[in-house]
Design a protein around this ligand. Sequence first.
Ligand code: PEP
Length: 248
Amino acid sequence: MARRRIIAGNWKMNKTPSEAVELCATLKDLVKNDAVDVVYCVPAIDIVPVVQAVKGTNVSVGAENFYIEDKGAFTGEISAPMLKDAGVEYIIIGQSERRDIFGENDILINQKVKKAFASGLKPILCCGESLALRKAGTYKEWIKRQITWDLDGITKDQVMNLVIAYEPIWAIGTGETATADQAEEVCRMIREMIADMYDAEAAEAVRIQYGGSMNAANAAELLSKPDIDGGLIGGASLKPDFGQIVNA
Ligand code: PEP
């Protein structure tokens, strides 16, 4: 069965609630495509207005972060039940900025993947190597280690509903995109890993995105690759270009 394409925007820390609503209005007609899952992953404070703004459209809402406990004394944090109640469907986990700036390690990321599934949120699990690892030629081992840790204890049924985003750090926000062949090489390797860890059915079902300076000009080539099922898009998700990526 063909996998359904998934194009997700990672808005990061860029839009105030009123700007977020304006962006939804700008993109509304541009992202119409019933053959593609379209997701806006937005800052916590934008979730409620964005859920409202996309009601009745083909767009789902995702969050950029959450904490693994349901409630309690965790000042500043937001829980999975809070996200669910607000209408969130997807959750980005392990994006490189969370790993590098906020010190999230694979143990916490694994706990977040488990918690997301247990709470009915769909994880978009990010992995990817630094420029140093790419240059050293050890990027495949690095990504294998990330995936092995991050999916520890995750069942086949869960993995079949997982989205994995391969995001080489050297391509995020830099304007430097991995070539379609470089992106496909790693996305294929991840799918083969899922076949080894689970089975062929799981590998066939798991959706794998590429992320890293994807834009209106390069999306069609990246998305034409057999193991690239979509994109996780930062900068270009804040512009009308996002519509061109959805329809690439
Ligand atoms: C990202 O932040 O996940 C990302 C891929 O960003 P950009 O598209 O700006 O490189």
